[in-house]
Design a protein around this ligand. Sequence first.
Ligand code: SAM
Length: 216
Amino acid sequence: MLTHHALTVFDQLPLAERLFVRARLITAPLDELAKRVHGTRMLDVGCGHGLLCSMLALGFPDRQIVGIDPDPKKIDWARRSVGKLGNTRFDVMTVERLASIEPESFDTVCVSDVLYLLPTEAWPEFFAACHQLLKKKGVLLLKEAEDDGGWRTRKALLQEQVMVKVLGRTKGSGAIGFSKRESTKAMLERAGFKVEEIVSLKAGSTTPHVLFVAKV
Ligand SMILES: C[S@@+](CC[C@H](N)C(=O)[O-])C[C@H]1O[C@@H](n2cnc3c(N)ncnc32)[C@H](O)[C@@H]1O
């Protein structure tokens, strides 16, 4: 049985939600983001139930963690679990709107498995908002599945089509698709980021996870 301290805050949620969070813990390498965060004020864009926020907040009372998601259901689950920790805040919000309200206010912005839900034409505006939200020397940690041309990409695409279109577990934003790492890197650079590291995290996984570490 998988145990992780970040799961404890979800104990009071219904079984289906607890299983969903547990599945995220097993299938998404969120710990790779958690171990690279910088500073004390952190934002998770498209936070879902708030699993990554839980990893970042639990045991770190000096940190302030903000999670945003356009799906009110997800924010409700996050508030009823991780939101009970004193150092977290959850808002139904888009990244663009938050950037206009709280510019240059985060040391780290995390984005995990969100962009594949948006058409690529919307990515530049999304990245520009992330850039605007970060303080000088701030870090963007972007985890997506990439289009590596292989079976993992085809499997991940099918899986996400089921999650969004059949089960309705994930709120879509107009598209489902993965990008090649070179085009994501180029887009990040056009938004003003310096891409310091691209880490392939697909070994041992059926999903072609890739992590971009980018600085302002
Ligand atoms: C696959 S889940 C990932 C949740 C979480 N980041 C994680 O890694 O466990 C995708 C999340 O993106 C959210 N989302 C959909 N469209 C979005 C958008 N335009 N901006 C930010 N988040 C969005 C969904 O509501 C959902 O919670």
